[in-house]
Design a protein around this ligand. Structure first.
Ligand code: ZN
Ligand code: ZN
Length: 194
Protein backbone atom coordinates (compact mmCIF):
# COMPACT_ATOMS: atom_id res chain seq x y z
CA UNK A 1 0.00 0.00 0.00
CA UNK A 2 1.40 3.38 -0.97
CA UNK A 3 -0.04 6.61 0.38
CA UNK A 4 -0.11 9.31 -2.31
CA UNK A 5 -1.38 12.12 -0.12
CA UNK A 6 0.52 14.89 1.67
CA UNK A 7 2.53 14.12 4.79
CA UNK A 8 0.10 15.95 7.06
CA UNK A 9 -2.72 13.77 5.77
CA UNK A 10 -0.72 10.59 6.33
CA UNK A 11 0.24 11.75 9.79
CA UNK A 12 -3.26 11.61 11.30
CA UNK A 13 -4.50 8.49 9.52
CA UNK A 14 -3.43 5.83 7.01
CA UNK A 15 -3.73 2.20 6.00
CA UNK A 16 -1.88 -0.48 7.95
CA UNK A 17 1.78 -0.64 6.89
CA UNK A 18 1.24 1.95 4.16
CA UNK A 19 4.39 3.50 2.72
CA UNK A 20 4.56 7.27 2.95
CA UNK A 21 6.12 9.22 0.08
CA UNK A 22 7.28 12.33 1.96
CA UNK A 23 7.04 15.14 -0.55
CA UNK A 24 5.69 18.67 -0.45
CA UNK A 25 4.12 18.59 -3.90
CA UNK A 26 2.44 15.96 -6.05
CA UNK A 27 4.85 16.72 -8.90
CA UNK A 28 7.88 15.86 -6.76
CA UNK A 29 6.06 12.92 -5.24
CA UNK A 30 5.77 10.87 -8.44
CA UNK A 31 9.51 10.59 -9.23
CA UNK A 32 10.14 10.10 -5.51
CA UNK A 33 7.69 7.16 -5.51
CA UNK A 34 9.52 5.57 -8.46
CA UNK A 35 12.81 5.81 -6.58
CA UNK A 36 11.44 4.56 -3.27
CA UNK A 37 9.65 1.59 -4.83
CA UNK A 38 12.42 0.63 -7.23
CA UNK A 39 13.12 -2.70 -5.49
CA UNK A 40 9.39 -3.57 -5.54
CA UNK A 41 8.92 -3.49 -9.31
CA UNK A 42 7.65 -7.07 -9.45
CA UNK A 43 5.39 -6.77 -6.41
CA UNK A 44 1.75 -5.81 -6.19
CA UNK A 45 1.52 -2.11 -5.46
CA UNK A 46 -1.74 -0.46 -4.41
CA UNK A 47 -1.78 3.32 -4.45
CA UNK A 48 -4.39 5.33 -2.60
CA UNK A 49 -5.42 8.90 -1.89
CA UNK A 50 -8.40 10.72 -0.42
CA UNK A 51 -10.84 10.65 -3.34
CA UNK A 52 -9.17 8.42 -5.92
CA UNK A 53 -8.07 10.96 -8.54
CA UNK A 54 -4.48 11.47 -7.44
CA UNK A 55 -3.75 7.74 -7.05
CA UNK A 56 -5.27 6.96 -10.44
CA UNK A 57 -2.80 9.37 -12.05
CA UNK A 58 0.01 8.02 -9.90
CA UNK A 59 -0.64 4.37 -10.78
CA UNK A 60 -0.74 5.22 -14.51
CA UNK A 61 2.62 6.96 -14.08
CA UNK A 62 4.11 3.92 -12.31
CA UNK A 63 2.95 1.59 -15.10
CA UNK A 64 4.49 3.97 -17.62
CA UNK A 65 7.72 3.79 -15.61
CA UNK A 66 7.83 0.01 -16.03
CA UNK A 67 6.21 -1.24 -12.83
CA UNK A 68 4.26 -4.42 -13.49
CA UNK A 69 1.45 -4.76 -10.98
CA UNK A 70 0.15 -1.38 -9.95
CA UNK A 71 -3.38 -0.79 -8.75
CA UNK A 72 -5.24 2.16 -7.30
CA UNK A 73 -8.00 2.34 -4.74
CA UNK A 74 -11.04 3.43 -6.69
CA UNK A 75 -12.89 6.28 -5.03
CA UNK A 76 -10.07 6.61 -2.52
CA UNK A 77 -10.33 6.42 1.25
CA UNK A 78 -13.75 8.08 1.18
CA UNK A 79 -15.23 5.26 -0.89
CA UNK A 80 -13.32 2.62 1.08
CA UNK A 81 -14.67 3.82 4.42
CA UNK A 82 -18.23 3.88 3.06
CA UNK A 83 -17.89 0.33 1.67
CA UNK A 84 -16.48 -0.98 4.93
CA UNK A 85 -19.44 0.46 6.83
CA UNK A 86 -22.02 -0.69 4.28
CA UNK A 87 -20.74 -4.22 3.89
CA UNK A 88 -19.50 -4.64 7.45
CA UNK A 89 -15.95 -5.47 6.36
CA UNK A 90 -12.82 -5.45 8.48
CA UNK A 91 -11.39 -1.93 8.45
CA UNK A 92 -7.67 -1.51 7.68
CA UNK A 93 -7.56 2.27 7.84
CA UNK A 94 -6.47 3.69 11.17
CA UNK A 95 -7.07 7.13 12.58
CA UNK A 96 -8.56 10.10 10.81
CA UNK A 97 -9.21 10.79 7.15
CA UNK A 98 -7.98 14.32 6.52
CA UNK A 99 -10.30 16.38 4.31
CA UNK A 100 -10.29 20.08 3.57
CA UNK A 101 -13.49 21.09 5.26
CA UNK A 102 -14.06 22.97 8.48
CA UNK A 103 -13.38 19.91 10.62
CA UNK A 104 -10.18 19.13 8.70
CA UNK A 105 -10.92 15.44 8.86
CA UNK A 106 -13.26 12.68 9.84
CA UNK A 107 -12.48 9.97 12.38
CA UNK A 108 -12.49 6.51 10.81
CA UNK A 109 -11.40 4.76 14.02
CA UNK A 110 -11.07 6.13 17.55
CA UNK A 111 -7.30 5.67 17.51
CA UNK A 112 -5.12 8.77 17.66
CA UNK A 113 -1.94 7.91 15.78
CA UNK A 114 -0.37 11.39 15.71
CA UNK A 115 0.99 13.79 18.30
CA UNK A 116 0.56 17.44 19.22
CA UNK A 117 3.38 19.36 17.49
CA UNK A 118 3.85 21.50 20.58
CA UNK A 119 3.78 19.16 23.58
CA UNK A 120 3.92 15.71 22.01
CA UNK A 121 0.72 14.39 23.59
CA UNK A 122 -1.58 12.29 21.39
CA UNK A 123 -3.62 14.64 19.21
CA UNK A 124 -5.06 14.60 15.71
CA UNK A 125 -6.67 17.99 15.27
CA UNK A 126 -5.18 20.18 12.57
CA UNK A 127 -5.44 23.93 13.04
CA UNK A 128 -4.16 26.95 11.19
CA UNK A 129 -2.12 29.31 13.34
CA UNK A 130 -4.31 32.19 14.52
CA UNK A 131 -1.69 34.68 13.39
CA UNK A 132 -2.83 35.49 9.83
CA UNK A 133 0.71 36.32 8.77
CA UNK A 134 1.74 32.78 9.69
CA UNK A 135 -1.32 30.58 9.11
CA UNK A 136 0.82 27.47 9.66
CA UNK A 137 -1.10 24.20 9.42
CA UNK A 138 -0.17 22.01 12.37
CA UNK A 139 -1.52 19.55 14.92
CA UNK A 140 -2.47 21.04 18.28
CA UNK A 141 -4.02 19.46 21.40
CA UNK A 142 -6.78 21.22 23.37
CA UNK A 143 -4.44 22.21 26.18
CA UNK A 144 -1.91 23.84 23.85
CA UNK A 145 -4.75 25.45 21.93
CA UNK A 146 -5.72 27.21 25.14
CA UNK A 147 -2.17 28.05 26.26
CA UNK A 148 -1.10 29.35 22.87
CA UNK A 149 -4.51 30.80 21.91
CA UNK A 150 -4.52 28.69 18.71
CA UNK A 151 -1.07 29.96 17.71
CA UNK A 152 1.87 27.82 16.58
CA UNK A 153 4.41 29.63 18.75
CA UNK A 154 4.94 32.23 21.45
CA UNK A 155 6.06 34.66 18.72
CA UNK A 156 2.77 34.33 16.84
CA UNK A 157 0.84 34.63 20.09
CA UNK A 158 2.57 37.96 20.79
CA UNK A 159 1.68 39.16 17.31
CA UNK A 160 -2.06 38.48 17.62
CA UNK A 161 -2.12 40.80 20.65
CA UNK A 162 -0.67 43.71 18.70
CA UNK A 163 -3.07 46.39 17.41
CA UNK A 164 -4.57 45.42 14.00
CA UNK A 165 -2.62 48.19 12.25
CA UNK A 166 0.72 46.80 13.44
CA UNK A 167 -0.29 43.29 12.43
CA UNK A 168 -1.15 44.56 8.95
CA UNK A 169 2.32 46.05 8.63
CA UNK A 170 3.89 42.72 9.58
CA UNK A 171 1.73 40.90 7.04
CA UNK A 172 2.89 43.10 4.16
CA UNK A 173 5.57 41.38 2.15
CA UNK A 174 4.69 37.89 3.37
CA UNK A 175 3.96 35.70 0.36
CA UNK A 176 0.67 33.86 0.04
CA UNK A 177 2.18 30.36 0.18
CA UNK A 178 0.57 27.92 2.53
CA UNK A 179 2.59 27.10 5.59
CA UNK A 180 2.69 23.50 6.65
CA UNK A 181 4.56 21.92 9.49
CA UNK A 182 6.62 19.34 7.65
CA UNK A 183 7.31 16.54 10.08
CA UNK A 184 8.81 14.20 7.52
CA UNK A 185 11.61 16.67 6.94
CA UNK A 186 11.56 17.97 10.51
CA UNK A 187 11.38 21.58 9.53
CA UNK A 188 8.83 24.26 8.87
CA UNK A 189 8.23 24.45 5.18
CA UNK A 190 6.30 26.78 2.98
CA UNK A 191 4.48 25.15 0.11
CA UNK A 192 2.53 26.84 -2.63
CA UNK A 193 -1.08 25.98 -3.25
CA UNK A 194 -0.71 24.14 -6.56
ZN1 ZN B 1 -0.15 19.98 23.08
ZN1 ZN C 1 2.24 30.85 13.74
Amino acid sequence: MVDMRNHYEYEVGHFENAIEIPSDTFREQLPMAVKMLDDKREKNIIMYCTGGIRCEKASAYMLYKGFKNVFHLEGGIINYVNSVKEKNLENKFHGKNFVFDQRLGEKVTDEIISKCHQCGKPADTHVNCANDACHLLFIQCDECKENYESCCSKECQDIIHLPPEEQKKLRAGVDKGRNVFNKSKARMSRISKN
